[in-house]
Design a protein around this ligand. Structure first.
Ligand code: CP
Length: 307
């Protein structure tokens, strides 16, 4: 059992059977994580390196734990105390890590395309942990896993992705993953943050949140990505919350049993009210928990690919 490529750099490179295999494998690892002994010897002897050029809590920690639960050796590369600060290039840094014996390199970077670049330049497997505004494939996979756990079938579900679509790698990976699995995707947000060209991917676009949320099964909120916004895309965060923030009243437009999701970290009171983030429709912490099983599945399946 393995994937077709040695790397996971984007959801676009996966078909429905690849995604199905990852979700099925993750379900097996979720069972393992429920046992007293949560570790398996599956990847003993392999070495995994976390190469994060941008901050992370969930992704970095869960990849580290996933690698440890699979019995690989793990190195967390610290960019700020490395020779990167002396000007060493990304390619030289990655080649150096590979020369030290890394089998799998997990990379996060502010530039779109970095994971593709490393995958083309390395014999080691490369996993994209988020590249600029491009993709965050394991986030979309854990989101699908969480949806499938609660709703069983993804096909036919109405999913609203709300907020800063323009700068969101999570939104792009989810759009590809959800449409591949047969969900109907709506994008909701200010016109400045929702490119009309995305309609070509078969999604519907709404600027009116009350209309966009009507009868949806899933409400996936996005973080406003202040660090990627060079200019003002909306007047103030207060105004943003008034128009596109998820409140209990707004959530009532969706189906009664709609799931509320957010990849984290959240800006409470900007894109989501605390009542909703912590409310009974929220599966935000389930997403975090499921990230571990899904990342174990990805590492396990990539390790099975013959180079
Ligand atoms: N969802 C996500 O990528 O979170 P982190 O930035 O904390 O890894």
């Amino acid at each position: 059992m393995s994937l077709k490529s040695k790397d996971l750099v984007s959801i676009r490179g996966l078909d429905a059977s690849d995604i199905g295999l990852i979700l099925e494998t993750a379900a097996g690892f979720k069972d393992v994580l429920g046992r007293d002994i949560k570790k398996v010897p599956a990847l003993r002897g392999k070495t995994t390196v976390n190469l994060f050029y941008e901050p992370s809590t969930r992704t970095r920690t869960s990849f580290e734990l996933a690698a440890k639960r699979l019995s690989t050796d793990v190195v967390n590369f610290s960019v700020s105390t490395s020779s990167v600060v002396k000007g060493e290039s990304l390619r030289d840094t990655a080649l150096t890590i590979q020369a030290l014996g890394a089998d799998i390199i997990i990379v996060r970077h502010s530039c779109s395309g970095v994971a593709h670049f490393l995958a083309d330049n390395l014999g080691a497997s490369v996993v994209n942990a988020g590249d600029g505004t491009n993709e965050h494939p394991t986030q979309a996979l854990l989101d699908l896993f969480t949806i499938q756990e609660r709703k069983e079938a993804i096909k036919g579900l109405r999913v609203a992705i709300v907020g800063d679509i323009l700068h969101s790698r999570v939104a792009k990976s989810n759009m590809y993953a959800l449409t591949t699995m047969g969900a109907k995707v709506r994008l909701i947000g200010p016109p400045t943050l929702v490119p009309e060209a995305l309609e070509e991917l078969g999604v519907e676009i709404f600027s009116d949140m009350d209309k966009g949320l009507r009868d949806v099964d899933i409400v996936m909120m996005l973080r406003i990505q202040m660090e990627r916004q060079g200019k003002g895309f909306f007047p103030t965060t207060v105004e943003y919350f008034r128009n596109w923030g998820l409140t209990p009243e707004r959530l009532s437009r969706a189906k009664k049993d709609a799931l509320v999701m957010h990849p984290g970290p959240m800006n409470r009171g900007v894109e989501i009210a605390s009542d909703v983030a912590d409310g009974h429709n929220s599966v935000i912490l389930d997403q975090v928990t499921n990230g571990l099983a899904v990342r174990m599945a990805v590492l396990y399946l990539l390790a099975g690919v013959k180079g």
